[in-house]
Unconditional design. Structure first.
Length: 361
């Protein structure tokens, strides 16, 4: 779902630009094509404890190589990979950034995984992904997979779109057992999985300790279906004994049930704090217990054609919590202001038309 860059997003990009990333990386890569992205990831994977790599991915489409793009972390080096970069005055650099997922597309070409992250051993380097679209993954692997067993790294997956992936495994599989996880302002929509193998649209696992927290805020997980007529296991599986703070999300319209929280045998059950979410159906309770939980049609603009933005008359507009635990960002998935009055549920904020296009409705 590629959308034109709006004037609002460009204005935000110009205002938000600074000479360094939020990571303050010592090694910065400006990449223009898939080959350069692979080279930058290889350099980041070979980093040492003192290395911090920021990969700035320019606006465009990047076709995944065989097996997908890969980052491997063996020491405490950090990775900050963000899309939306472009050159000043049309140049070839990475001088400015559009904070919108639509501008930078990682494409699986219909037959393979797009990206895998593997963190080995007791490492602690933080890993961040922002402003990316993952589309057209296929085959017997996920579109995006993160494997972090023993490390204490903070993982951030923010402001990214996962759409039109058709995989045997889950569309998105995140395993971060001992580090903080931030999963904010993402849309996982219009994907298919082969559900008779027990897969989900999204699986997030953390724990087993409840002192570890995963923050899952302002995501839209909707319109994901099975490819074999059996039905998705769940749209979202929350797994492990961690504490999951779950706020301002829309989880809607899967084939079977939309959310389930469980743990492996012998581990404590997840401690899930529900705060202002819209959930279609749940495998345990409809809707789950929590503050401000809704069970109403979110009224998307055009879900049948892949547009999961909210209509102005959506009942989940202005229905979220402005400051849930773990919220650290200021823009929605389109790069527009995240809070217009009271925050909307889901990945997209309904814009203020008075200021958004210069004219009042």
């Amino acid at each position: 779902m590629s959308t034109p860059l709006t004037r609002q997003a460009l204005a935000l990009a110009l205002c938000a630009f600074s000479s360094g990333s939020a990571l303050a990386a010592t090694i910065t890569h400006c990449v223009h094509n898939a080959s350069e992205l692979q080279t930058a990831l290889a350099a980041a994977s070979a980093g040492t404890n003192t290395d911090e790599h920021a990969i700035h991915v320019r606006v465009g489409t990047y076709l995944a190589p065989s097996g997908g793009f890969e980052f491997v972390q063996n020491t405490n080096h950090r990775l900050d990979l963000e899309g939306g970069y472009f050159g000043l005055n049309g140049g070839s650099g990475c001088d400015l950034q559009i904070q919108s997922a639509a501008a930078t597309i990682l494409d699986g070409r219909g037959d393979q995984m797009i990206f895998i992250v593997i963190s080995n051993g007791a490492t602690s380097g933080n890993i961040t992904f922002r402003y990316l679209t993952f589309q057209n993954a296929g085959g017997d692997a996920e579109a995006f997979r993160v494997i972090m067993y023993s490390n204490t790294s903070t993982l951030r997956v923010e402001n990214s779109l996962f759409i039109h992936n058709a995989t045997t495994d889950s569309t998105l599989d995140i395993l971060n057992m001992h580090g903080l996880t931030y999963f904010l302002d993402n849309a996982i929509v219009a994907n298919t999985v082969q559900a008779n193998l027990g897969q989900n649209a999204v699986r997030i696992e953390s724990g087993p300790s409840p002192s570890v927290t995963a923050y899952i805020n302002n995501n839209t997980i909707a319109g994901n279906t099975d490819s074999d007529g059996v039905g998705l296991m769940w749209s979202l599986a929350i797994v492990g004994g961690a504490t999951f703070d779950f706020a301002n999300n829309i989880v809607w319209n899967s084939d079977y049930c939309d959310i389930n929280a469980w743990s492996e045998p012998g581990d404590p059950l997840p401690a899930v704090n529900y705060d202002d979410n819209d959930i279609d159906s749940a495998c345990v309770a409809v809707p789950p217990a929590g503050t401000g939980t809704l069970n109403v049609d979110p009224v998307f603009v055009d879900a049948a054609n892949g547009n999961f933005r909210l209509r102005p008359d959506s009942p989940v507009r202005d229905a979220g919590d402005n400051s849930p635990p773990g919220t650290t960002r200021n823009v929605d998935l389109d790069g527009l202001p995240r809070v217009v009055g009271r925050v909307d549920m889901g990945a997209y904020e309904v814009p203020d038309h008075i200021f958004g296009d210069g004219f009042e409705d």
